[in-house]
Design a protein around this ligand. Structure first.
Ligand SMILES: NC(=O)c1ccc[n+]([C@@H]2O[C@H](COP(=O)([O-])OP(=O)(O)OC[C@H]3O[C@@H](n4cnc5c(N)ncnc54)[C@H](OP(=O)(O)O)[C@@H]3O)[C@@H](O)[C@H]2O)c1
Length: 225
């Protein structure tokens, strides 16, 4: 068993998630931001890779008080559980994801993570151990499912999304394509990692909708099984 997984990203017209220096850039605007806040509010947990924590220091909290109230009325916590995939427990103890907003955090680490770092991070988050030297995503998702997480949103970055997609762990993908070109062969894209070689391995997507919003387009895909 694993949670239902929804990936959400904003990419430039040339498919980049950020600059080659991995500096966060504004790709979408308020309308898309509100859509993402609503998508987050409808999930049990939100997950990012350690690369995104180190580059962007996101809090992954819900911003709209209305959406928070709606969750609370339904008996849920203010914010979804915030999750970091971090094989070596490198999440800085002062990272916003561990401090901003109330509620639970989970850090997925490997068996090779430093015991000292794990002890420090255990003051702020539940530590799940999955995999020998790198987080075993299938195993980790099964652990998350056992912890009651049914609907999981993945916010990136490209390395984690590659890991999820290449292991067949993604069900839906929202992609806002903005009206800028970032460029650079080393700038992160939707799915980085090694990439597939054989065409028969390419995951195939089915388009649910393509909607012009703001100065770009929101594409909603389902991953065909
Ligand atoms: N535009 C957007 O919507 C958006 C959203 C999010 C992020 N971003 C951008 O994306 C960039 C960060 O992306 P990133 O690719 O560098 O980092 P990332 O995908 O956030 O994190 C990747 C790291 O996750 C860890 N990991 C552990 N197990 C893994 C597994 N099985 N598969 C894959 N990764 C695993 C690895 O580090 P360890 O080996 O140390 O565990 C890996 O290096 C930033 O520039 C950020 O601004 C953009």
């Amino acid at each position: 068993m694993r949670p239902y997984v929804i990936v959400n990203v904003a990419v430039s017209a040339d498919g980049k998630l950020s600059t080659r220096e991995r500096r966060q850039v504004k790709i979408s605007g308020r309308e898309d931001f509100e859509r993402v806040d609503e998508l987050k509010a409808g999930c049990d947990a939100i997950m990012v890779g350690i690369g995104t924590v180190l580059a962007d220091d996101p809090s992954l909290t819900i911003k709209s008080p209305t959406l928070i109230n709606k969750r609370v009325k339904m008996g849920k916590s203010d914010h979804p559980i915030r999750i970091v995939v971090d094989s070596h427990a490198r999440t800085p103890p002062e990272a916003k994801i561990l401090h901003k907003g109330t509620g639970k955090r989970i850090i997925g680490v490997s068996e090779s993570a430093s015991p000292e770092n794990k002890t420090i991070l255990a003051n702020h988050a539940d530590i799940f151990i999955a995999g020998a030297t790198q987080v075993d995503l299938s195993f980790f998702l099964a652990q998350l499912s056992n912890a009651g997480i049914k609907r999981l949103m993945v916010e990136g970055g490209g390395t984690l999304i590659w890991g999820m997609i290449s292991e067949g762990l993604v069900d839906e993908l929202f992609m806002f394509v903005g009206n800028i070109i970032i460029g650079g062969k080393d700038a992160p894209t939707l799915a980085d990692g090694k990439g597939f070689i054989n065409e028969e391995d390419f995951p195939v997507l089915e388009m649910i909708s393509a909607t012009p919003i703001e100065k770009g387009v929101l594409i909603h895909w389902r991953v065909k099984k």
